[in-house]
Design a protein. Structure first.
Length: 342
């Protein structure tokens, strides 16, 4: 049976990784909870590392989701090898802990390593981040900035940094370091560092990709997040449509089947022609499944059309029925490379 093509949207959705995206070195990956943003961030990291590049995959939410995804030990506050990428690339990983980042700030800017450890034992760091909630995001984004801008012999240590960012409902606040900074300090080394973060976040080096599903709520949050990013002069990147399932019906049959217009006699005739003698009860079940499938396909296509309002590059990733493991991440990464990610 001839099947239709997966749901597609608008003129900018032909799987194009644009020149603007290729120039970026810092990639935040956000999305509504449950859309698979950690999976997509990991696959994007592997794709960007292909061809001999060195990429850092960063986690900021304390969930150890990257370690679980790669079935490895919990990540420490330190950059470590995660996996190799095709053609000599490397993906490294970093779990940023706000407390460890603050101790690092004490050591780097105030030479207070011993005092910082004392403060840690006293619980002063937890108190400080509770008293000034914006401090946590300043610390996390400051560490990300340090990783992005770090050089060795005049070359960037990392070609790309990919961040498994907070979900869409919190990502703009997380990235809005300027506002967070006013709650923390108006002068001193931390402010100077944060000013550098602000400059990086609003530069063409940084993009924010949004992961979505072809469902109403994720798409609504995707469009709202893109509007919020643009309002704060932050650059939306690609919309990554995850878990796309191919239709099993010809395009011309979807509308009729979704309306319940499936000819059971034709279904039976086709099965008989194929040498199958099926009971009426089974035929009824097949017809019901066909209608249900068509309704789902029609709903996904309608949802996909809503994404045209985003006017962003869009890439689709397939649903993998066997689940997500490391091999699946490489499969998704290969698809991203085929779509021009590099």
């Amino acid at each position: 049976m001839t099947t239709g093509s997966p749901a597609t949207v608008g003129p900018r959705t032909a799987g194009v990784w644009t020149p603007e995206l290729r120039r970026a070195r810092l990639h935040f990956v956000t999305g509504k909870g449950g859309t698979g943003k950690t999976t997509v961030a990991a696959a994007l990291g592997i794709a960007l590392a292909a061809g001999g590049r060195k990429v850092l995959l960063v986690e900021v939410e304390g969930r150890q989701g990257i370690a679980q995804l790669f079935d490895t030990e919990p990540l420490p506050y330190g950059e470590r090898h995660l996996v190799s990428a095709p053609d000599g690339g490397e993906l490294r990983a970093l779990h940023i802990d706000a407390e460890a980042a603050l101790l690092e700030y004490f050591q780097m800017f105030y030479n207070l390593g011993f005092a910082g450890r004392t403060l840690r034992r006293m619980g002063a760091i937890e108190f400080a981040t509770t008293l000034a909630p914006g401090l946590r995001d300043v610390l996390l984004t400051g560490k990300i900035k340090e990783c992005v801008t770090r050089t060795d012999n005049g070359r960037y240590v990392y070609d790309h940094v990919v961040v498994d960012a907070p979900p869409t409902g919190r990502v703009v606040k997380f990235l809005d370091v300027t506002r967070a900074l006013t709650d923390v300090t108006r002068s001193g080394p931390i402010k100077n560092q944060a000013d550098g973060v602000v400059k990086l976040m609003h530069s063409d080096q940084t993009v924010v990709h949004v992961v979505t599903l072809l469902e109403e709520m994720p798409i609504r949050e995707t469009l709202e997040a893109i509007d919020e990013l643009q309002a704060e002069d932050l650059r939306p990147g690609a919309v990554l449509i995850n878990r796309v399932r191919p239709p099993r019906l010809p395009d011309r049959s979807v509308v009729a089947a979704a309306d319940g217009r499936v000819d059971a006699s034709r279904v039976r005739a086709g099965l008989v022609e194929a040498g199958l003698d099926i009971s009426d009860e089974v035929i009824e079940g097949l017809v019901a499944e066909t209608v249900e499938h068509a309704i789902r396909v029609a709903a996904e296509r309608s949802a996909a059309e809503q994404l045209t309002a985003a006017n962003q590059p869009m890439l689709q990733l397939p649903d993998l029925p066997d689940g997500i493991d490391v091999a699946a991440l490489y499969e998704l990464a290969e698809l991203l490379v085929e779509k021009g990610v590099r």
